[in-house]
Design a protein around this ligand. Structure first.
Ligand SMILES: [Mg+2]
Length: 187
């Protein structure tokens, strides 16, 4: 399982960014992480406990930095998710998750991946893809979604933002950091 927006709900951090007209930055993010006050995504604890009760090990592969390990474990524990440090794989140098999935595979048989971002599932999603390519790749993995790949919706951020930004012109991007404005359908 991924952590952010899969198990831990960081919407108060994103709310803070909106209220203050700021974009994501590691300084404010670390402040938020240190507060250990994230609540859980609805259903997360029930899912984790159900799996554990069936004798399934739940492991976490997250792009939180290794320096955030202690506060992350504390936050999860406050929310009733007790996990062993050896079950948490955070980001060391690179944000790519494939090598950590491989590491897990050397000791476990992975039966399911749960995340909110396409890069939580397969390495192909780590490469720079435009919207059309992302859609085609999702289509190629169609059989896996819903059983081996469980994706949770995250409208706040994700790999899709980068794809939108690249589709948008650099000039628009200057005025609109998320690059999403052009693609928003309003009434
Ligand atoms: Mg996530």
């Amino acid at each position: 399982m991924d952590l952010d927006e899969t198990v831990l709900d960081n919407s108060p951090y994103n709310g803070y960014l909106l209220l203050n007209g700021e974009g994501y930055n590691s300084e404010s993010w670390e402040k938020w992480v240190d507060q250990t006050s994230a609540e859980l995504v609805p259903g997360a604890i029930e899912f984790i406990q159900l799996a554990q009760n069936k004798g399934i090990e739940v492991l976490f592969i997250s792009n939180r930095k290794e320096s955030e390990l202690e506060s992350t474990i504390a936050n999860l524990s406050i929310q009733g998710v007790q996990i062993d440090i050896s079950k948490v794989f955070l980001r060391a140098e690179s944000s790519e998750k494939k090598s950590r999935r491989e590491q897990v595979k050397s000791n476990y048989r992975i039966i399911m991946l749960v995340g909110d971002n396409l890069a939580d599932f397969a390495e192909e999603f780590e490469s720079p893809l435009n919207i059309t390519q992302r859609k085609a790749l999702v289509d190629r993995y169609r059989q896996k979604f819903g059983n081996r790949f469980i994706i949770l919706p995250n409208v706040m951020y994700g790999g899709w933002q980068k794809a939108l930004r690249e589709e948008d012109s650099a000039a628009t991007h200057q005025k609109n950091k998320s690059g999403a404005k052009k693609f928003i359908k309003g009434f």
